[in-house]
Every structure is written in structure tokens, then in C-alpha cells.
Ligand binder design. Structure first.
Ligand code: FCB
Length: 458
């Protein structure tokens, strides 16, 4: 039995985190909406990627997913019943601009208007992510993130979103986890659009860094009162042994996984001293770029699930570092083979606090997939509740230690389409039977509802 994880003795209440602390749940368009070709919706890179054999576990896809497109009212009402005050979701670019640029879909605009208005009617604050990985296929055909023209395409898209929804949406995030969509999508080829190698990865990284800042500027210009953030995946990196080689490998992995996107936005440039191959980004850089990578975000969203243990490896090109799988380390793991490691969240809050220019830090994703079973109308997922409590304790500890962190969003509200892993990993507070689309609040969801409901009392 793994020994690393001690269940917390949890006696915290929401008010212990401060009265302005933001509590919510997170989702993403492709993972929940379904209705992939309704009306004039265009094709995204994920619509394409899922149809190629071998890309997704068991050949699954997000064509229907949680059918949020048709069931958003039911889901938002359930959120309300669970006392959840903030809802993070993303906009599907091809629902709004079927070809990525040009024609606007009135049906797409109307859909998100309905979602936003319904949230507001029930006093749930919408937090909108502009880009959660579903690039228009029409743009991918022109090179997608590797083509510098993405700056213009993205600007058009952001402007449309600001004009259409900015009168009611006050909280925005520009990109979701750029390291994951460039790394998995343009280097490893395991996510859409399935491209590989440095020649795709490096330009994609640079253009994503530029768009991250550009999106911020466009929103600020259009909506001076909006709260503008962006989100980063981050994990504490431990070295496998104390050998210098492993320590160096861990340092490189840290630069790549945790520093690559935040540092240029703060004016610090790319972490080339730790990962020299990043110097090759120069090829894609223009004179003004280092200035144009900078944006003064109102908040930074950090998304943490686990820690990574890293060792030196001769066989991994450029990095000479490789991740030692959690399942090989005799530690408590989730269905994703991610180690349950609450102190990793504390470490990441500390790491981002060390960048003095960051004004506000919000945990915009955290959660876990376990083997949930629906039995007699119940899902007894005590592991998930324990996980959330343990991570919340780390947030509280960080606050007590004087670190800033002012919000927490559970990933995810309902079970959904977990990218290349399909539907097997269930991350939801709410169980979804994907045949009937019936929702059942899991025990963890009931716990979160009670916890949030205890705002004013002990
Ligand atoms: C994050 C993604 C999110 C979800 C969780 C489990 O990396 O942002 O869409 O897949 O992981």
C-alpha cells in the first residue's frame, strides 16, 4: 500500500480562506458541449483529431460529450443547487467563427448568450476561457499555431468575444495551459492537431506566448473594467535521486513545464539558460517581440494536479530528462496515473508568488479521476473528497504563510471527455451516464455543496 498520502483532518470552512475567496468549478467547450455540427458550427482540430483511428482511447470522441449544448440549463441549475457561485467554461472558436475568421455564426453567439444570461439569472458568475485547445481546422490547414498569422486571427476572435459578451462577462482567461496544447499537440503529437517535432513546437510556443499577451491587450482595450487572466499547468518537479545529473534534469523539466510561458509574459524572456534548445525560438522572433510578449495580467490561473519525478536520460533528445511514472513509484495515484501529492500545490503557489509582478493567483483547476461506480443511485467517491480536502488544506497553509492565493475551481463539474483518454477518467463532482445523459451528484459533489453552503456558520 502506498505510504505517501495521509488523509487530512479537515475542519476548514469557506470563510477561513477569506471573504473574497472565489469558489467554483471548471469545464471546457470540447469536453462537455457536444452538438459538434449543429447549425453552422465549423470543424475544430479536435473534431478532426478524434476521427482518426488510434488517436483516442477506444475510438471515443466528443461529438455528444455531456450534451451541455442542450442541457446547460439543467447543469447550471444543478450548480446552483450545489451552492457553486463561479462557473468557468470556454468558448468554442468554431461555434462563433465557423471558419476561424470571416463569417460570424449568429447561432453560436446566441448559444453563449443563453448560457451567460442563465448563469447571471441564477447569480452564478461566468469565468470565460477564450482558448481551451479547439483551434478552427480551417486555420490549422494554414499552419495553425505555427503560422505567425495566428496573431491576426486570434485578435479578430478575441475582439468578437469582447464585443459580444463583454457587457456581462467580467472575468476572462486568454489561454488554457499553453504548455499542454503546444507540447502534446505540436511536439508529441498525442493531442490535436497531432503534429510533432521542434520545427512545429518552437513556433507554436512563440506564437502562443505572443497571443497570450495580445489577447490581454485586446480585452483591456475593449473592456477596461474586466478582470483579465490566463492559465498555466504547473507541477512541482522532484529529482529522482540526489545525483547531479538527475538534479539538472529536474531543473530542465521545471523550466519547460513551469516557466516557459509565464516568464516571457513578465518580461523575463524564455528560460534558455536551463533549456538551451529554446534559443532556436530566435528564428521566429521579430524585433519588437520581447516587448509584445509582456502583459500585465490581473490574475494568473494555476492548474495543479500532481508532482512529477524526473531523472536524467540519454535517450530523450534535447532535454535528456524523463519523467518517472507514478505507477512505478509506489505512491497513491489516480486513474490518470498521476500521483496524489497535495504539497505540490503549495509549492506551485510559492513558485508563482516568487514572481513579484504577479498580482493575484487563483487555482483555476484542481481535481482527480478515480474509478467511480454508480450503485443504487449513489457514487461513493470518498477518495475524491479526501483529495480535494487535502489540496484545500495546502491552499490554506499557503495563505497562513503569507502567500497570495484567492480562488479555487474544481476540475470538473461533470464527468466529461478527457481528451486522448476518452471517457474512462471521471473527474466530475457529478457523475454522467453517457448513454442516458443522466446526472447524479457524487458524494464528493454533496460534500462540496455542504462545504460551500456552510459559508456563514461552523
Ligand atoms: C488539464 C486540462 C483540462 C483537463 C484536466 C484534467 O490539463 O486543462 O482540460 O483535461 O487537465
Amino acid at each position: 500500500m502506498p505510504e505517501n498520502f495521509e488523509p487530512p483532518l479537515f475542519n476548514l470552512r469557506p470563510r477561513d480562506f477569506g471573504k473574497d475567496f472565489v469558489w467554483g468549478v471548471s469545464t471546457a467547450a470540447y469536453q462537455i458541449e457536444g452538438a459538434h455540427d449543429i447549425h453552422d458550427k465549423g470543424v475544430s482540430i479536435w473534431d478532426r483529431f478524434v476521427s482518426k483511428k488510434g488517436n483516442i482511447s477506444q475510438g471515443q470522441h466528443g461529438r455528444i460529450a455531456c450534451d451541455f449544448y442542450h442541457r446547460y440549463q439543467e447543469d447550471i441549475l444543478l450548480m446552483k443547487a450545489m451552492n457553486i457561485p463561479h462557473f468557468r467554461f470556454s468558448l468554442s472558436w468554431t461555434r462563433l467563427l465557423p471558419d476561424g475568421i470571416g463569417n460570424v455564426s449568429e447561432e453560436g453567439i446566441a448559444f453563449y448568450n443563453r448560457v451567460i444570461d442563465f448563469c447571471l439569472e441564477y447569480d452564478i458568475t461566468p469565468w470565460v476561457t477564450l482558448y481551451h485547445w479547439d483551434l478552427p481546422h480551417a486555420l490549422e490547414k494554414k499552419g495553425g499555431w505555427t503560422n505567425r498569422d495566428i496573431l491576426g486571427w486570434f485578435e479578430t476572435y478575441v475582439r468578437l468575444c469582447a464585443e459580444s459578451f463583454g457587457d456581462r462577462v467580467k472575468h476572462w482567461m486568454i489561454l488554457n495551459e499553453p504548455m499542454v496544447f503546444t507540447g502534446a499537440g505540436y511536439f508529441l503529437g498525442v493531442h490535436a492537431p497531432g503534429r510533432k517535432g521542434l520545427k512545429n513546437f518552437l513556433p507554436a510556443v512563440h506564437h502562443a506566448v505572443l497571443c497570450q499577451a495580445l489577447g490581454g491587450r485586446v480585452l483591456r482595450d475593449a473592456l477596461p473594467d474586466a478582470m483579465i487572466g490566463t492559465t498555466f499547468s504547473c507541477s512541482r518537479i522532484s529529482s529522482f535521486t540526489d545525483r547531479t545529473k538527475d538534479i539538472k534534469a529536474a531543473e530542465k523539466a521545471d523550466a519547460l513545464l513551469n516557466r516557459l510561458f509565464i516568464e516571457p509574459s513578465l518580461g523575463m524572456g524564455y528560460p534558455t539558460e536551463s533549456v538551451p534548445v529554446l534559443q532556436k525560438i530566435e528564428k521566429y522572433q521579430k524585433t519588437e517581440d520581447s516587448k509584445d510578449c509582456i502583459f500585465d495580467f490581473d490574475f494568473i490561473g494555476i492548474q495543479n494536479y500532481t508532482r512529477e519525478v524526473v531523472r536524467h536520460s540519454y535517450t530523450v533528445p534535447y532535454l535528456h530528462a524523463k519523467i518517472v511514472k507514478a505507477s512505478q513509484r509506489n505512491v497513491k495515484i489516480t486513474t490518470m496515473d498521476w500521483e496524489v501529492h497535495p504539497p505540490s500545490l503549495y509549492a506551485m503557489i510559492g513558485k508563482f508568488n516568487a514572481y513579484k509582478k504577479i498580482k493575484k493567483i487563483i487555482v483555476t483547476e484542481n481535481g482527480a479521476a478515480f474509478e467511480d461506480r454508480l450503485q443504487n443511485g449513489k457514487v461513493t467517491d470518498s477518495e475524491r473528497t479526501t483529495y480535494i480536502k487535502a489540496y484545500l488544506e495546502q491552499i490554506h497553509k499557503a495563505q497562513k504563510d503569507g502567500l497570495k492565493v484567492s480562488g479555487y475551481f474544481v476540475w470538473s463539474f461533470t464527468d466529461n471527455f478527457e481528451w486522448a483518454e476518452g471517457y474512462r477518467p471521471r473527474f466530475g463532482l457529478v457523475y454522467v451516464d453517457f448513454d442516458s445523459q443522466k446526472r447524479t451528484v457524487k458524494d464528493s459533489g454533496k460534500w462540496y455543496a455542504c462545504f460551500l453552503g456552510s459559508q456563514n456558520g461552523r
